[in-house]
Ligand binder design. Structure first.
Ligand code: ATP
Length: 256
């Protein structure tokens, strides 16, 4: 489904991705985690063709995405920050995105789920942050595609909307979809994620279940485990190299 090989990306001198290998060959919810600036959005944007990698290959649904835009039809994307013309009304925006995609959409049930009926005739500039995010959720869930990429989907949502969104994500998983999400809200990961992919210093340092992560890092919950990885991992980063191969030890080697 999604196969990433040796993905590298720098912005100037900032080496963000230093050789990412990631194979996602099954359905489910994959949480991409890591500290601020660790490259989560850069990976997501690379998969979407919005960032051009310096090296590496990305294969989606068996097709290399380089110079091939058609694959984006299979992907629904909720960006961390969505920018649209501020004067557009919510209804106009939804219609515009439907026209662009030109595929069947089921926006009405989502509009009702997130109680957006009274906002449809408002301009985007007049919406609250949370209502904007609800509109973004509608835009990214209204098409029925096999892959969903959600960058910080719960940002700005009140608890009621958050619970509804989490249920919606689980419903999509049940339909057999592959869902990649990033979030800094650990309870969202604990409730939703089948697997965790943890990025640190440009590499994947851990991939596995929540239970495996907690076991290896010996944290009592995800928040503690991640805090331990960050405190221990970064302090020891300079010393922990494999003396034989002179390469960084990965998370499993460190915490085994
Ligand atoms: N277009 C760009 N130009 C220059 N630097 C960039 C660009 N995009 C991202 N970066 C830098 O790349 C690094 C990784 O950014 P990225 O947004 O992928 O991190 P992230 O893990 O998603 O962070 P966060 O948790 O804060 O959302 C950061 O240092 C960021 O400043």
């Amino acid at each position: 489904m999604i196969n990433i090989k040796n993905l590298k990306k720098s912005f100037g001198k900032n080496e963000v991705l230093k050789g990412i290998d990631l194979d996602i060959n099954n359905n489910g919810i994959f949480a991409i985690l890591g500290p601020n600036g660790s490259g989560k959005t850069t990976i997501i944007k690379s998969i979407l063709g919005l960032v051009v990698p310096d090296e590496g290959d990305i294969v989606l649904q068996q097709k290399n995405i380089a110079r091939n835009w058609k694959y984006r039809e299979y992907v629904n994307y909720l960006p961390q920050i969505a920018r649209f013309p501020e004067n557009l009304k919510v209804r106009e925006l939804i219609d515009m995105v439907k026209d662009l995609r030109n595929s069947p959409a089921h926006e009405q049930e989502l509009i009702e789920l997130f109680e957006l009926n009274t906002s449809l005739d408002k301009s985007l500039k007049n919406l609250s942050g949370g209502t904007r995010q609800k509109v973004n959720v509608v835009l990214s869930f209204m098409f029925d595609n096999p892959i969903l990429i959600l960058d910080e989907p719960t940002v700005g949502l009140d608890p009621v909307a958050m619970i509804r969104l989490k249920k919606l994500i689980l419903k999509e998983r049940k339909k057999g979809k592959t869902i990649l999400l990033t979030t800094h809200i650990m309870s969202v990961v604990e409730e939703l994620a089948d697997e965790i992919v943890f990025l640190l210093e440009g590499k994947i340092h851990f991939r596995g279940s929540l239970e495996e992560l907690n076991q290896r890092a010996q944290g009592k919950n995800l928040e503690h485990s991640i805090a331990k990885i960050l405190e221990n991992g970064m302090e020891q980063e300079a010393q922990i190299t494999d003396p034989v191969n002179s390469r960084q030890l990965n998370f499993q080697q460190r915490y085994a």
